[in-house]
Design a protein around this ligand. Structure first.
Ligand SMILES: [Zn+2]
Length: 207
C-alpha cells in the first residue's frame, strides 16, 4: 500500500512586482537595477531569477525574491519535505543524507530548525525508524529510503513531478504499519497545510 502527500513548489512568476518601500529612506520610487539568479536548494529548481531594484532617492538596492523563496537557500517546499521525512522516521542525519542524493543537502542544524519552526520538535507522535536500518537505493523515480520500525519495513520516496510539485510517497506491505503511517502522514500534512493524496495501489489486496 502506498500513501502520498504533495508539496507545492515555489511560484516563480514575479515580473511586475516592486518592493513596497525603501528600507533606508522610505521612498516608493525604484528603478530596476539588475537581473540575477540565486542558487537554491530544491530538487525542482536549482536556480531562481531575482530582481534587484535601486531606490531613486538614496540609491540603496533591494532584492525581490519570488514567492516561496526567502533570503535563505532552501525553498519552502524543501523545508516542508525535510519536516515530513523526519516526522515519518528519518533521523536528522538520515534527512541530510537522503536530500543530499537530490543535490540538496541541508545540515543537521537546518533540519532541526525546520522541524522546530513547525512546532513538531519532541512530539511523541513522530515515528522513529531504527537508525541502522536506513538504506538509500536508486529506484525508477529516484532515490528511495528504506527503513524499519517495530511494525516492519517501509520505504519513503521524494519524487519531483511534472506538475512542479514534490510528492512524498510512503509504502509498506504491512497493513498495521500502513494504517499507522497513514495516520501520521495526515497529521503532519494538516500541520503543514499540505494536501494528502488518495491512497493508491494495493489497497484492495489488504482486505
Ligand atoms: Zn531609499
Amino acid at each position: 500500500m502506498e500513501i502520498a502527500v504533495a508539496i507545492p513548489a515555489p511560484a516563480v512568476a514575479s515580473p511586475e512586482r516592486r518592493p513596497e518601500r525603501c528600507e533606508r529612506c522610505g521612498s516608493r520610487g525604484f528603478n530596476l537595477h539588475q537581473r540575477a539568479t540565486k542558487a537554491l536548494k530544491d530538487p525542482l529548481m536549482p536556480r531562481v531569477p531575482i530582481l534587484r531594484f535601486i531606490c531613486k532617492r538614496c540609491r540603496k538596492t533591494t532584492r525581490l525574491y519570488p514567492e516561496g523563496i526567502d533570503g535563505g537557500h532552501q525553498t519552502v517546499a524543501l523545508r516542508q519535505a525535510s519536516v515530513v521525512l523526519y516526522w515519518l522516521g528519518l533521523s536528522y542525519d538520515g534527512v541530510r543524507e537522503y536530500l543530499g542524493r537530490f543535490g540538496c543537502s541541508l545540515s543537521k542544524a537546518t533540519v532541526w530548525a525546520n522541524v522546530r519552526s513547525t512546532g513538531l520538535l519532541s512530539n511523541r507522535h513522530r515515528l522513529r525508524a531504527e537508525p541502522a536500518s536506513l538504506i538509500i537505493q536508486e529506484g525508477p523515480n529516484g532515490p528511495v529510503a528504506r527503513l524499519r520500525v517495530r511494525g516492519g519495513p517501509y520505504s519513503m520516496a521524494l519524487v519531483p513531478n511534472a506538475s512542479h510539485a514534490l510528492t512524498i510517497t510512503v509504502s509498506t506491505q504491512q497493513p498495521e504499519l500502513a494504517r499507522l503511517l497513514q495516520c501520521r502522514l495526515l497529521e503532519v500534512a494538516r500541520r503543514l497545510g499540505l494536501q494528502p493524496e488518495p491512497i493508491r495501489a494495493g489497497e484492495a489486496a489488504r482486505a
